[in-house]
Every structure is written in structure tokens, then in C-alpha cells.
Write a protein that binds this ligand. Structure first.
Ligand code: NAD
Length: 474
């Protein structure tokens, strides 16, 4: 099955194609076009030509296209989930949940398209401003270069494409190498949904080649990137004065106060740690249990994690499947070994099954210097450490280069308030795991977790420019 580039509403072939394998079965699932800089140039040109159509399109028409898209995706929900499961090895039940979220994301985008507006400014508040009327409008920023990761190949594309269409921008999208099929499927649906030619162009292939061509092209006004901090930092250094939003990594943590009941929260923490093999930017990587509850929580957490079903992502029973590459599995194993060498106990998991799935792994008493603690693990590995107090646990959470979201379970409102004040993150989740996300909430991080916010309304702000209008009535 050969997959081409999508440029100006046409499937364009390239000089070279790369074979795509499923991470779990290792079977061939496609031959994917590998774009060169000439192809990227054509995609940007198509996006430039489509600008005037998109910026003049009425809000209700932009909303209509997004509504059509949401309906089409609803009709082809199972097919979409199967694609995600095949190319990303995301267990099918999690993949279905992603498709459902994606439908919501496009619905939110359709709604936001209808409420992009500015404000009136009382100019006469300043001497010299009498008899003048002023207001602001929000205009599309132009061509948006969108670069997306493998782990939510549909919904994270939606978080860029949805608000970009809602705001009347045009897009050049570069999906992750391992997950082009979901993005190309979206391209197909959007053509059917009535998007004008050139408004969305999809270039597949090598990150560095395509990424550099997009990021350094003067016609592109904004780069919206979700992915690893290393790539994000390099993009920002090359982007000059372009607007850049970066949604990067994390080593998200939860604090469990000693006043909470353990039973109701265990399953939720297991889900947070091991969903999609821990390859989620807000995956629960570090758990700090305060005081006496440590032993109880640890025992129950291990018991629950051992009930997870490992195997083929297409099996509806599967909870945990293969990681995205064997190289990443090996890195995870190396990090487990390093943690052991530095004094950690492997309380559960720690090895790979016959079919190449890393078992959900629970590490105890982990040194803060170990990679599994201080770096982004992005694997089915979680550490559970003891803290003497919530205050100490907060200091452990903050002892990180990242700051996306953090969670705290507590029954004490004052403790919650203190944690809200002290935690240095983009979002604090009280009485839930840091992995909580719905698609209209402002989402983004501090420190090396990125800059800017997604969540449709907030992405709309990033993707528009403010223009001031002043009428002199004197
Ligand atoms: P990645 O950084 O390897 O790749 C992301 C995208 O960047 C891909 O499309 C890739 O082809 C492209 N790319 C690679 N090199 C590039 C370059 N030099 N210039 C421009 N683009 C380049 O990330 P990944 O492995 O696909 O995804 C995992 C990472 O994404 C994790 O760090 C995870 O935390 C992060 N992530 C963050 C969020 C968030 O919202 N904060 C959400 C999901 C994933």
C-alpha cells in the first residue's frame, strides 16, 4: 500500500519511499513517501496560494468544514482506531478512546471558529483619546507549520489542524515517521469535508529534512510543535521571529497524602502509569506517597498492575503492547538496570515478554539522580518513593527539568491550596492523576515542558494576530 504526499488536494508521488512496519507484529503496513526539500517547497507554495481563500472564508463555513470532518470521523471510527493500533501499537481500546477524543477536538474547533473576536477599547480613558472609537480584531497568522509526535497520531494532529482551520490559516503538516497513516487518513477526510485545495498539505518523511525546511522558510509564520524537548529546543533556535509553540516532554508526578483512602485511587494510578505503554506526555512516572500509606499503596498498586493484559494491540482485551521501537525498549531496560545499580528495587516487571512487550514495571526507592526519575521515561515504568510530608513530596516533584502537570490526592483543602501555590507546573490536578486531560482545557507546560498552550480556544489565540482599529470621530 503506497502512500503519497498530500499537496494542493492531490496525492503527489516522491522519488523515495520508506517501508513502514507495525511495532508489534513487525509486519509491513505501508510504503510511505519520503519528501525532500523540493516537495516541502511545493507544499508551502500550495499553502501560500490557499491563504486568500481561507482568510476570506466566513466563520460558519470554517465551522461547517470542521463539523463535516467530525461526522465523517464518527462514521469511520473503527477504521481510524485500527490505523492507530497498527502504526503505533496502541491497544485498540485506547485507540478508540483517542478517536472519540479527536472527534470532540474537531467539534470544539468548529465551535471556536464562531467566536473569534476582539474587544472595544475605551480610548477616552487617556487624555487625547476623546471622540475616538477603537476595537481589536483577530486575524489568521498565515501559514502554520505543524510538526507532530507518534503517541497521539490523530488527536495531537487535531489540536493543530482544528484550530488552524477554525482561524482561517493554512497548514503544512509533518506527522511523525512512525505514524503517517492517521494523518493521511485525516487529509482524505478533510478533502471530503470540503476543505479548499492547499489549505492542508501533508508531507511525510524525515524529521530533520522536512522540519528544517518548514522551520526556516520565510513564508511560514508559525511553527506549532509537539514532541521531544531536544527537537523542540532546536526548532526554537532556528525559527527566528516566527511564532513558536512547543508542547514537550515531562516526568509527571502525583503526591498521595496520608489522609486519603487508597482503594479508590489505585486503579486510576495504574491507568495513568501504563496506558499506551507509558508513552504519554503526562504519563504518571513518579509517585510520592506520604508517610504510613506507603506500604499499603505499593502493595495494592503492584497487585493491580499485574492484572494488566499484555499482547497484540488489535486484541480488545490488551492493555499494554509493544513500545514504539525496539531501540526504545532497550533504552527502557538500560534505565531500569541503571536504577537498580543506583539502589532501586524492581518490585514488579522489569523484563520483556516473548513477543517483545516490556512488562509494566514498578520501581521502589529510586534515587532522584536515576534516569527513570529525572528524565522522561516514556515507557511502562513507574517509581514509587516515600515522602515524609506533602511539603517534601512537593519538593521532589519540583526537582525536575520538566513541569507539565502534577497531581495531588488529599482530603485537606489547605494542603491542596499549598500544593497549588508551590508546584511549578502548567496544570495542577487535585484528587486525580496528572494524566487527566480533556481537549478544551488549557494545556501546556513550564520549564523544558514547553511554551504556549493548546486546548482549542488557547491555540486559537496563538494562531491569530491582534489588529487594532481606531476611528477618529473628531
Ligand atoms: P520527536 O521529537 O522524536 O518527534 C516529533 C516530531 O518531530 C516528529 O514528527 C519528527 O519527525 C519531528 N522531528 C524530528 N527531528 C526533527 C527536527 N530536527 N526538526 C523538526 N522536526 C523534527 O518526538 P516523538 O518521539 O514522536 O514523541 C515523543 C515526545 O513527544 C515525548 O517527549 C513526549 O513527551 C512529547 N509529547 C508531548 C506532548 C505535549 O502535549 N506536551 C504530547 C505528546 C507527546
Amino acid at each position: 500500500m503506497k502512500k503519497h504526499l498530500l499537496i494542493n488536494s492531490e496525492w503527489i508521488s516522491t522519488d523515495s519511499y520508506v517501508t513502514l512496519y507495525s511495532p508489534y507484529t513487525k509486519k509491513v503496513i505501508g510504503e510511505i513517501a519520503s519528501a525532500d526539500t523540493n516537495d516541502v517547497n511545493k507544499a508551502i507554495e500550495a499553502a501560500a496560494n490557499a491563504r486568500s481563500v481561507m482568510r476570506r472564508m466566513a466563520a460558519h463555513q470554517r465551522a461547517g468544514i470542521l463539523e463535516n470532518l467530525a461526522s465523517l470521523l464518527q462514521l469511520r471510527r473503527e477504521e481510524a482506531a485500527r490505523l492507530i493500533a497498527l502504526e503505533a501499537a496502541k491497544p485498540i481500546k485506547t485507540a478508540l478512546a483517542e478517536v472519540d477524543r479527536t472527534i470532540h477536538t474537531y467539534k470544539f474547533a468548529a465551535e471556536e471558529a464562531k467566536r473569534i473576536h476582539g474587544e472595544t477599547i475605551p480610548l477616552d480613558a487617556a487624555p487625547g483619546g476623546e471622540n475616538r472609537v477603537a476595537y481589536t480584531i483577530r486575524e489568521p497568522i498565515g501559514i502554520i507549520g505543524a510538526i507532530t509526535p507518534f503517541n497521539f497520531p490523530m488527536n495531537l494532529v487535531a489540536h493543530k489542524v482544528g484550530p488552524a482551520i477554525a482561524t482561517g490559516n493554512t497548514i503544512v503538516l509533518k506527522p511523525a515517521e512512525q505514524t503517517p497513516l492517521s494523518a493521511l487518513f485525516l487529509g482524505e477526510l478533510l478533502m471530503e469535508a470540503g476543505l479548499p485545495a492547499g489549505a492542508l498539505n501533508i508531507v511525510t518523511g524525515k524529521g530533520r529534512v522536512i522540519g528544517d525546511a518548514i522551520v526556516t522558510d520565510p513564508r511560514v509564520s508559525m511553527v506549532t510543535f509537539t514532541g521531544s524537548p531536544e527537537v523542540g529546543i532546536s526548532i526554537r533556535s532556528k525559527a527566528g521571529l516566527k511564532r513558536v509553540t512547543l508542547e514537550l516532554g515531562s516526568n509527571a508526578a502525583v503526591i498521595i497524602d496520608d489522609n486519603v483512602d487508597i482503594d479508590p485511587i489505585v486503579e486510576r494510578c495504574v491507568t495513568g502509569a501504563f496506558s499506551f505503554q507509558g508513552q504519554v506526555c503526562i504519563s504518571l512516572q513518579r509517585i510520592y506517597v506520604v508517610g504510613d500509606k506507603y506500604e499499603e499503596f505499593t502493595a495494592k498498586f503492584i497487585q493491580a498492575s499485574q492484572k494488566l493484559k499484555l499482547g497484540n494491540p488489535l486484541d480488545p482485551e490488551t492493555d499494554v503492547s509493544a513500545m514504539i521501537t525496539q531501540k526504545d525498549t532497550q533504552r527502557a531496560l538500560d534505565w531500569i538496570q541503571e536504577a537498580k545499580n543506583q539502589g532501586a528495587e524492581v518490585a514488579s516487571g522489569g523484563s520483556v515478554t516473548e513477543d517483545g512487550v516490556l512488562q509494566p514495571t514498578v520501581l521502589l526507592h529510586v534515587s532522584p539522580q536515576s534516569s527513570v526519575s529525572c528524565k522522561e521515561v516514556f515507557a511502562p515504568i513507574v517509581l514509587i518513593n516515600k515522602a515524609r510530608s506533602v511539603e517534601e513530596a512537593v519538593s521532589f516533584v519540583n526537582d525536575s527539568n520538566f513541569g507539565l502537570q502534577a497531581g495531588i490526592y488529599t482530603k485537606d483543602i489547605h494542603t491542596a491550596q499549598e500544593a497549588i501555590t508551590q508546584l511549578h507546573v502548567g496544570g495542577v490536578i487535585i484528587n486525580d492523576i496528572p494524566t487527566f486531560r480533556v481537549d478544551h482545557m488549557p494545556y501546556g507546560g513550564v520549564k523544558q515542558s514547553g511554551m504556549g498552550r493548546e486546548g482549542i480556544k488557547y491555540a486559537v489565540e496563538e494562531m491569530t494576530e491582534m489588529k487594532l482599529v481606531v476611528f477618529n470621530l473628531n
